[in-house]
Design a protein around this ligand. Structure first.
Ligand SMILES: [Zn+2]
Length: 265
């Protein structure tokens, strides 16, 4: 093991109020790619859309069938399993060393690994609500109601023709027939203020702050880190980030590899 990794492991082992702030890189080893890395323009009728447009609130309201085609085939990975990063963080919490996991991911894998205090800045695909009566639906129920039979995340093109055919992909509420919306923060929507405040409070109380698997280009990630008052900021990311120079420890490597070794040795 390199000296760099050893130093980071020592700091984490000595932490009493660790906070982990993670992004897409935390889940890549679970087979969930960063959707920002997916390029391509999606054409439908005579219009073209970027992934950011298709994941916006106005798109959801205007083209719910097309939204659900993109969402179900590109954003959902119901068979993904937690990786060593998720497992290591759950163990640190179990040992009483970790205050909170703050995540930009929407996959729910931290909870699957056993983490209890997870602050999901962008919501979760695991929770879905009727926009009319607020009835709750699990991801499995949503998938059953959306009638999308094949979950082929490798497909290159959307099956736009069936979306154009009608309403087949829109999941409707079993109680009132209202449209069901995933509890994820779409573009044009604001973050949940309560979650954001809890994240700020956790970071303020942290003795060790680990920022992992995020390039910190998406707000509020960069600004949240400014609430950290300690001197043990650890940045673990495959590529360099804007925080690298202010961090006490920087490891340009996979978050699952670095944290995984912490619990397996
Ligand atoms: Zn309803």
């Amino acid at each position: 093991m390199s000296n760099e990794w050893q130093a980071v492991h020592d700091v984490i082992r000595s932490g009493q109020r660790i906070v982990f702030f993670g992004g897409a890189g935390t889940s890549t080893e679970s087979g969930i790619p960063d959707f920002r890395s997916a390029n391509g323009i999606f054409a439908w009728k005579d219009m073209e859309f970027t992934p950011e447009q298709m994941l916006s609130r106005s798109f959801f309201d205007r083209y719910p069938a097309l939204f659900y085609q993109f969402y179900v085939t590109k954003m959902l990975y119901p068979n993904a399993e937690p990786n060593l990063a998720h497992v290591a963080l759950a163990k640190l919490e179990e040992r009483g060393q970790l205050l909170a996991v703050i995540t930009q991911n929407i996959d729910g894998l931290h909870q699957r690994a056993g983490s209890k205090r997870v602050l999901e800045l962008h919501g979760s695909v695991q929770r879905n609500y009727c926009m009319n009566c607020n009835q709750f639906y699990t991801l499995e129920e949503l998938l059953a109601l959306s009638h999308v039979s094949s979950l082929d995340n490798t497909q290159e093109k959307l099956r736009t023709e069936s979306a154009a055919d009608g309403q087949g992909e829109i999941p409707y509420c079993r109680q009132c027939n209202g449209v069901i919306k995933p509890d994820v923060v779409l573009y044009e929507e604001s973050l949940n203020m309560d979650t954001l405040e809890q994240a700020v409070r956790a970071i303020e109380q942290a003795d060790v702050l680990i920022v992992g698997g995020t390039s910190l280009t998406v707000q509020p990630a960069a600004s949240l880190v400014q609430y950290y008052k300690g001197d043990r900021l650890i940045v673990i990311n495959k590529s360099t980030t804007s925080l690298d120079r202010s961090a006490a420890y920087t490891v340009n490597d996979s978050i699952a590899a670095v944290l995984g070794q912490l619990v397996t040795v």
